[in-house]
Design a protein around this ligand. Sequence first.
Ligand code: PLP
Length: 450
Amino acid sequence: MSRNLLKDAFNRGDNYLSMIDERRVFPDVQALSALAGFDEPLSQKGDDPANILRMLDELGAPATVASAGSRYFGFVVGGSLPVTVGANWIATAWDQVASSAVTSPVADKIEKVTSGWLLDVLDLPRHSAVGFVTGATMATFTALAAARHKLLKRQGWNVEENGLFGAPEIKVIVSEEVHVSALKALSMLGLGKDRVIRIPTDANGVMDISHLPELDGSTIICTQAGNVNSGDFDPIGEICEKAKVSGAWVHVDGAFGLWARASKSRAYLAKGAEKADSWATDGHKWLNTPYDCGVVICRDVEALYNSMSVSASYLREIETAAQNFMPEFSKRARGIEIWAALKFLGRDGVDDLISGCCDLAIYFSEGLERLGLTVLNDVVVNQIVVCWDSAEKTENLMQAVQQEGTCWFGPTVWKGHNAFRLSVSSWKISKGDIDLSLQAIGNAMKSLEK
Ligand SMILES: *Cc1c(COP(=O)(O)O)cnc(C)c1O
């Protein structure tokens, strides 16, 4: 019974993925209104499992966004590599608590191996601590908790024991282009998102370090490897040089952009990032693993351990338990998907994936300009920011393309211009998909100009 059930689930998932490029990228009105079928009271006696999967597939699947397909350019979203979906299915069947070797020897082993591979492929200090968290938001949260620990300990303050009331001040520097998730992390840590010092940026969103204030041993600087709009990089190496003398902590938000370090042709963009103190990145964006797959990396193992570790009479596991390097207590074995991606791709495959997306982004941006649109950013990696002649025409064009269904991308505001943003982040995207998308965009322009 349960075997048939899981085979049914497998078939439904497999059918979904094999047909994904035949359908609209964003669901139509009909599929959305059918979601009302989920509005039912909690039953008293439960339901038949086969019926539950059928309902999920029949009502749910049509109302998904085809971000796993080959013409989704919204946000910064990659499609999962098939081997990572398979690894996810197996690991889900295992149902492991991946918090320590006591709860899951296999998850513990694979995540340790994966930690080494990540430091290797991203070329970061090999003795750093690695934690598998839900996403880059939690990775930045975790890294900044380690920073908070270290900087306050230096002043004789134990923040884990005593909290922040009465603690010495920590100065936080961000760029005016800081990702909202870093501000969220700062707010959750009691460091505040409004008391930060914001450094101006250049036309491509890169921090202008001539505006950096005096740094000292109680300063945290949040840098970016991969601006969420333009894709560009702060001069992290230079910032680290300045920070090193004073003892300031440099954090790198590299949710997707840190992967440029794995691309021979694009690694120069994130050069010097290895000198930072902590890094946040995602598997679920550019490495094309399923959600949720974030990674925190911290040079100072002890700082991360001291900010995250737990002890209880029933916990006797060794100090290297995953639990001691992440905010979560119980967690799924998410590192297995990163392992599967890296094992499948190898060093060359990761390079091809990242470099390939960057090359396609250039191809896409050239096509957009040929249509008469304006590309507002310097396309250094996989991100393109585009506008038409006016804010109104830009918005109407984006809506028309979304409506038509061949591809999907969303709005942004870049340096005061209303624009839309395209991200090329999936292994599935080919030149042919970009040609089809350009055709759809061109057709929408023609119909709007009539
Ligand atoms: C997506 C993104 C984040 C947040 O990552 P999540 O995995 O969604 O938590 C942070 N910073 C940048 C630059 C991003 O692109």
